[in-house]
Ligand binder design. Structure first.
Ligand code: NAP
Length: 259
């Protein structure tokens, strides 16, 4: 399928690895020029170079922390106007509801709620003026079904989801869609570190931790960054212009719900 976005300029936050990289690669495959971000410059540049080689698109890299104002300013300065924004950042650490402090919540809100809101506020007005734009926020299945050890994520992502529900409907008339992609477990470094936590807490091997998790997923496996990226590219395509303010779950059926 021709996604109809060849030549569009896409900014993908937190994109040197994992789901962000999956989105960047799928958008590049669809013909988008990219601005890619992550904190670590080396992995970011390596990922960008592979994309340039594989897809022949232009890729600008900006090593910066998306959860800080200075990081976002550097990224926005280098990016200029963009047609597509994919919001992403690392997820908060697991823990117990009894342990989280105000500072822990502020860090989670900064990374997973206020950073995407700041990027939307900075970039969507230009998209509206030009009459076309796409925003995809990478959130979590925790929005639909809370994950007990990820209360910081449950909280911050719920805040972003509420903001998107209201804002998406105020910008759709100007050709800009904002939607959320909700990953269930995907085979990335994040999944490895979550499985590591289970392995240590339960005294089981990593393989056992993975098998235990797979048994809770009707698809019987972890998702891949490629599958995730393809869904993101579709949401950014010209075919998805009537999809507004939606929360799309990619979880192999793990959330047991009718709607
Ligand atoms: P990942 O494999 O750990 O990759 C995270 C990427 O984000 C890396 O490129 C990392 O590079 C970058 N990054 C992290 N913090 C950043 C920051 N403050 N500023 C800029 N870049 C940053 O993680 P993932 O699995 O792709 O997860 C992406 C998001 O989806 C996370 O919020 C995660 O909680 C959520 N999620 C993932 C899963 C899953 O199963 N994988 C499930 C549900 C939700 P640097 O470290 O160099 O910055």
């Amino acid at each position: 399928m021709d996604l109809g976005i060849t030549g569009k300029r896409a900014l993908v936050c937190a994109a040197s690895k994992g789901l962000g990289l999956g989105c960047a690669r799928a958008l590049a495959e669809a013909g988008c020029d990219l601005v890619m971000n992550a904190r670590g410059a080396e992995a970011l540049e390596a990922a960008a170079e592979t994309i340039r080689t594989d897809f022949g698109v232009e890729v600008v890299t900006v090593a910066a922390d998306i959860s800080t104002e200075a990081g976002r300013a550097a990224l926005l300065d280098a990016a200029g106007p963009v047609d597509i924004l994919v919001n992403n950042a690392g997820g908060p650490p697991p823990g117990m509801w009894t342990d989280w402090t105000r500072e822990d919540f502020i860090a989670a809100l900064d990374a997973n709620m206020l950073a995407p809101i700041a990027m939307i506020t900075a970039l969507v007005p230009g998209m509206m003026e030009r009459g076309w734009g796409r925003v995809v926020n990478i959130t979590s299945q925790a929005v639909k079904a809370p994950i007990p050890v990820l209360g910081l994520s449950n909280s911050a992502r719920a805040g972003l989801t509420g903001y998107v529900a209201g804002t998406a409907r105020q910008v759709a008339g100007d050709g800009v869609t904002i939607n959320n992609l909700l990953p269930g477990i995907h085979a990335t470094d994040r999944a490895t570190s979550l499985d590591q936590g289970v392995s240590e807490a339960e005294g089981i091997t990593m393989d056992e931790a993975r098998e235990r998790r797979c048994a809770t997923i009707p698809a019987g496996r972890y998702g891949t960054p490629e599958e995730f990226g393809a869904a993101c590219a579709f949401l950014c395509s010209r075919h998805a212009g009537f999809m507004v303010g939606q929360n799309i779950l990619l979880d192999g059926g793990a959330v047991n719900a009718t709607l």
